[in-house]
Design a protein around this ligand. Sequence first.
Ligand SMILES: [Zn+2]
Length: 422
Amino acid sequence: MDPRVGSGPLGALEDADVLLERGTIAAVGRHLGGTGDARVIDARGEIVLPGFVDTHTHAWQSLIRGCGTDSELKGWLARCVGPLFKSSVSGADAYAGVRLSTLDEISTGVTTVADFSHAFNAGFARANLTALDDSGLRFVFAYYTPDDPAVADEVRRVKRDVIDPNTRARLQIGSHPSMSGLAGLTAARRLADELGVALHVHLAESPADGDDHQMEALTRAGALEPGLVVDHAIHLSAADLDRLAAHDVRVAHNPLSNMRLATGIMPLPEMRRRHMKVGLGLDGGTNDTSDMFNDMRAAVGLQRATSLDPAASPTPADALRMATLGGAEVLGLDAEVGSLTPGKKADVQIVDPRAVNFAPRIDWISQLVFNGQPANVDWVLVDGRALKRHGRLVAVDTGRVLRDAQAAADRVHQLLHRGRSS
Ligand SMILES: [Zn+2]
């Protein structure tokens, strides 16, 4: 993902070594000896690439997999999410759901995840953060902050006590743009500015969002600024795209979610023509799985299926870049992660192509996008620490995570049922 390191637009390099030192990429090239006591991962025949960056998910939503699968966005929200805002969904439930999601993310080669937490209550948000930390992943926690000074104070405390001391953690402020909620959006933007972090919002996801005049709300709140992350960004005019591009607003593209919720197809080629920063997201429970290879395929396939042009943007190489360095740019982390550039964090995945779904070798870049599956991810390292090793998750009792998630999902579905019938 760094043209200076190797050949072609992605800087590919054959038969090379990657030297990691104290959590950092020290060198990339041929015949790197390392120090005498270097530990060697023999990845001959495999593909070493940066870990994927998931720019938008809701990690707790593994607990609502399979919920409302015949609903569009608003119906799904009403059935599977909305009732929880008035419930006592617990920190234990948040922990169990996030733990399961993060294992799924690691399995597919993700090393950085931006988790938009609905933060139903303070205990939920704190347990959500603990689970993210326990996963070993690098993470950006987008704390949904309604227009409530008590929540804003808790966000300040969380930043000081939990986020800032953790080198793998970053904060964002989650909000929702609408003219009827302009005061809340403005307060969220001010809090983000005060804390020096980015705002993260859903934008123009479904045609029904047009009623909320979201672009006007973002403008009036002073939120159109570099670093703002908008998710979906589907139902926008050319003039809207011009304004987003002019303000260097970043886009999280969630093609699997858009297909599942029947929300539409993002104008990705129009964004690329405007040189906008776009990454890929898995969007929690609306995908019902974390599979970044599938997300890349969907990003390519949606544009080809609608343009009838196999050369349509994005190309497979574009998709691979969006899933790595592009995502890091969206989150403002591209100086630290997203490519195997010496000096960056040792966030690395190793894919083994010697599998029935992947071999034989013709074009590794295209095959990563069109053939890859999470099962092909052999190693995942964050800060040089292995989270997946020889195809297996490291130091985790998966059976226990699954049992805890089932118990939490059972409780959450009771809350949803009660919320819907009240
Ligand atoms: Zn979302």
